[in-house]
Design a protein around this ligand. Structure first.
Ligand SMILES: [Zn+2]
Length: 381
């Protein structure tokens, strides 16, 4: 989620620039007409500039007028603020079905594979689900919050906002100066430790190696293990893993504008891995927890160029994605891209179904020992 404050800040900055522009042209105007007429005669260019300025001013005025008209027409429901206030988590970059210009959440109307199928289109203010289609605001709010229609209408009224389109569509950027972990974040509690032990992890070891923390029972990140994400020894973001297995979002990342560096531009575990020239790339952070130091995660199979760039720092890259076809497809793509960069990259599969996190600690140790010590694997065709 990105904050309205940012948008306000942006518009204030725009206003400021506009004012400054006005000030400059006003000063210019004074200089042009008032003082040195003789000098101006020798400087026709200044007059030209002035004429241009007047023309531009007129154009600007028309533009502002047009925008105001547009603005007045564009009264919309500020669903983003509404979701934020109601504690609804929206899909962030890297989450399933996340799309620029849309806010996506799990659809409350249909069932099937988990994901964030229901989207609200920001610029046009309507809801649509990939699977079950269009839904009115009232339908969405009544279903989502279990309220009656009158209440939903009231809510919509409260969140009517005349949102300015260009700012609204502005691309979100990681721009935080420091990272604030989710509220109630602290040492792992009983429930977190139980979850980890159930999955065959040693909580103490994970806390020592990965600085894991846990959240409490309230807030948008409730019931999650928080994995801080470090990049070159700086805490730049975090990801939360659901421990109830009931949340529709297994992993929930830090909102992009609260990140110092976008987590999809990082590799989880990079700092540990950089101590070696060989690295093992896996999908998720739990895979890294299992394989230990020397493994890095791309936070899902959709890797980004920035992540590839980081991988080129290694001589040898093993790509160990899940065995399902889509993941294998991405693994091959990554291998080929890395090879064009001169990196000795190779894909590798687990013999049995499941992800690396499902290996036993002993199996994981044996596998890593083999992979990290086989520095020059033969390329596969
Ligand atoms: Zn649906």
């Amino acid at each position: 989620m990105y904050s309205l404050r940012k948008r306000r800040l942006l518009s204030t900055e725009n206003d400021k620039t506009e004012k400054e522009n006005q000030k400059t042209s006003w000063n210019q105007h004074r200089t042009d007409t008032g003082k040195h007429e003789k000098e101006n005669a020798r400087r026709p260019k200044v007059y030209e500039d002035k004429k241009q300025t007047d023309k531009e001013k007129e154009k600007g005025r028309k533009e502002i007028h047009k925008n105001q008209e547009k603005k007045q027409m564009k009264w919309r429901t500020n669903i983003e603020q509404l979701f934020m206030d109601m504690g609804i988590n929206v899909a962030g970059p890297g989450d399933r079905h996340h799309q620029e210009g849309w806010l996506n959440i799990p659809c409350p109307f249909c069932t099937g594979n988990p994901g964030n199928h229901l989207g609200w289109k920001e610029s046009e203010d309507y809801f649509n689900c990939y699977r079950c289609g269009f839904h009115s605001h009232v339908q969405v709010l009544t279903t989502l919050f279990n309220i009656d229609e009158a209440k939903a209408r009231d809510m919509i009224k409260q969140y009517q906002d005349n949102l300015h389109v260009p700012d609204w569509n502005k691309k979100k950027k990681a721009q935080a100066k420091h990272i604030l972990l989710p509220s109630q974040c602290g040492p792992l509690r009983k429930a977190h430790k139980q979850y980890l032990r159930k999955r065959g992890f040693d909580p103490k070891q994970l806390v020592d190696e990965w600085d894991l923390q846990g959240t409490g029972i309230i807030g948008p990140y409730k019931f999650r293990i928080i994995a801080p994400i470090y990049h070159k020894n700086q805490l730049v973001s975090y990801q939360g893993r659901d421990i109830t297995n009931r949340s529709k979002l297994k992993y929930k990342a830090c909102p992009i504008e609260k990140e110092i560096r976008h987590h999809k531009h990082c590799l989880y575990g990079l700092d540990h891995a950089l101590k070696d020239k060989t690295v093992v790339v896996v999908e998720g952070i739990t895979d890294v927890w299992r394989l230990g130091k020397g493994a890095v995660s791309t936070f899902g199979i959709n890797f980004m160029d920035q992540q590839l760039e980081l991988l080129t720092e290694f001589d040898c890259v093993w790509i160990l994605y899940d065995r399902e076809p889509l993941a294998q497809n991405m693994a091959s793509k990554m291998r080929d891209r890395l090879r064009t960069e001169g990196v000795n990259a190779r894909t590798v599969n687990l013999k049995r179904k499941g992800d690396p996190a499902q290996l036993s600690p002993q199996e994981a140790q044996t596998l890593m020992k083999y992979l990290l010590n086989t520095r020059r694997p033969q390329p596969v065709v």
